[in-house]
Design a protein. Sequence first.
Lengths: 318, 115, 211
Amino acid sequence: MSDRRAELEAAPWGGRVRRYDLIKEGVVAVLILTIIVTALSTLFGSPDDKQITFKQWAVAAPADFYATAVQELAGSSGTAGYGAPYNTESDGVNLGPLHLAKIAGVTHPIDTVNDFVITPLTTVANATPVADALKQWQGSDAKTQAAWATNYDNALTKANQDRTKVPAGNYGPVPQLAGGLLTMAQAGSLDGALLSQGNYFQSDYTKQTLFLGDGSYFNDQSTASNLQGSTWGMMNETGRYPGQAWLWLYSFWYQIPPFNNADSHPFGANADAWIMVIMGALSLGLICMPLIPGVRSLPYKIKIHRLVWKNYYQEENL
Amino acid sequence: MFKRGQFTLHDRYISQFSPFLAIVLDETLAGVLALGCSGIIKDFFQKAPLLDKEFYLLRMGIFSHFMNLRAVYIHLGWFQISITNLIVVLSMLLLFGLALVLPFPGNNKKGGGQK
Amino acid sequence: MSTDVEKEMWTSKLRKSWQKNLPVEKLLPDTQPAYVASWIYLFGVATLAALALIIASGLVLSFEGASWYHFSRVGHFVNSMHFWSVQFFFIFMVVHLWGKFWMAAWRGRRLLTWITGALAFVGSIATAFTGYLIQTNFDSQWISYEAKDGFNSVGIGSRFNVTNFGQMILLHVAFLPVIIGVITIIHVLLVRAKGVVPPIDAFNKELGERK
């Protein structure tokens, strides 16, 4: 590319011109689009599936909720073992030697035992067995608590989450605590207790969202709406509405090997981090595209510009 | 599914501004909703079941019932796209293609521009 | 005032540079080069029109709060306007981007125009994403749950917490629109200042090159 050409291309246009009313163009564009968007809004509305509450979860899938509560006590839930930024239970995903989440630290500490189960239980007047269980729990040391919860968690898993089939064992007050939380959730008082954590104002829903995600109910709802990341869910929307189609490339990487296999190391297991890096690099590539050799020459090789400027080229015999 | 008078207009904007307008609007919208959710839509489109999930009662849009049915997906191996997203993508390609091929008005007069 | 003093003043420097690079005739011209004659040129302004609708409907939504549209018919309608405007915004922007790529529109020292445009695209994706997070419905519950892993995985989640509704709503209605607005204004001013890029083959004759 000659400097002379760049100079000519940069200089103010000295050739033929045509009348062009920019403001009229803009106003007409706004008017036409307003009509189209109003029509679509009137015809189709917009997606708005009702939010899931803990009450809804506990009523619709009590066994799932109960088992999740036990997992939160035993520390076996997804959140309990997540690592940064919620706790230090795991190193989280990595980019080779880099554990970026761990480096960034625990900025939103979550203690699943107390935040999800014990503290909410203390905010309501419980039935006697639950109140006694709470006293017994709070009066014991961490090691005993963990042993009880883990014993019960394992037994419940073995019994396929059917608490009536769990054999007797050394579970301490854990069954009563999970039962109390289930009652509380079914009555609808867990939603508020989880959010406020003893405060008045609150606008951070991290705790609820993570607790909700630890169970199967929430995930099942998302699968039913085809919103799971493994099935291009990132692009999809509830119902038949268009989704975030512009996330297709981000979503794409999750569908192909090695990223679609969480058991493959090192990439599949750390897909989230690697895909973030890939998309960051690609975004940077888009921003700097005119500087990338090869890509920047494509418009010269694939001559779509002959179509854009077909009239001008014809008129000027170019 | 929707009946006239089933909705009461809670929009404080309009009912404070003009209770009469609120009633007119309410009736009109309820009528439109009733129209949209009967006859045509039910007979021709309601093949898929509604998801087992609650919706907010207030769904405006003549075809909102249709739009909230279970989405239809095209599967091709690992590739999957909802019909609606496909329509969006195809319409982008179509717009791009048309923009390149369709003659632009007012450009046929050669030398019509000013120097 | 002496010219020497005037020369050193930042204010007069800015004024002169402004007058030189972007006089009002360039900002609001009534002609365009003869080659600006294709439907593809409309997609930039169409994107701006969609942005105007997004901002207008978004302003109404912000006055009423994030949950209004669940319970008000007018609210749902305004939400629908917001939703569909965003769909069109991206459709138009992508077609605009394709068009500008195949025109190699960064030619003639227009690199910064391309960069600001691409930044606006990436920034719009982030802004739209935060919008999906504050719908206060099932969709936003799920998206926040699912997306947290992506952001946490590279440490961004420690500061940008998608499950923190308060943070997301503030970013969506305050910070991000300002960023998008500023980038868009710079982008449009650059287009006006530099003019519409001439055809790739426009100067072949002058340069003695054959097509």
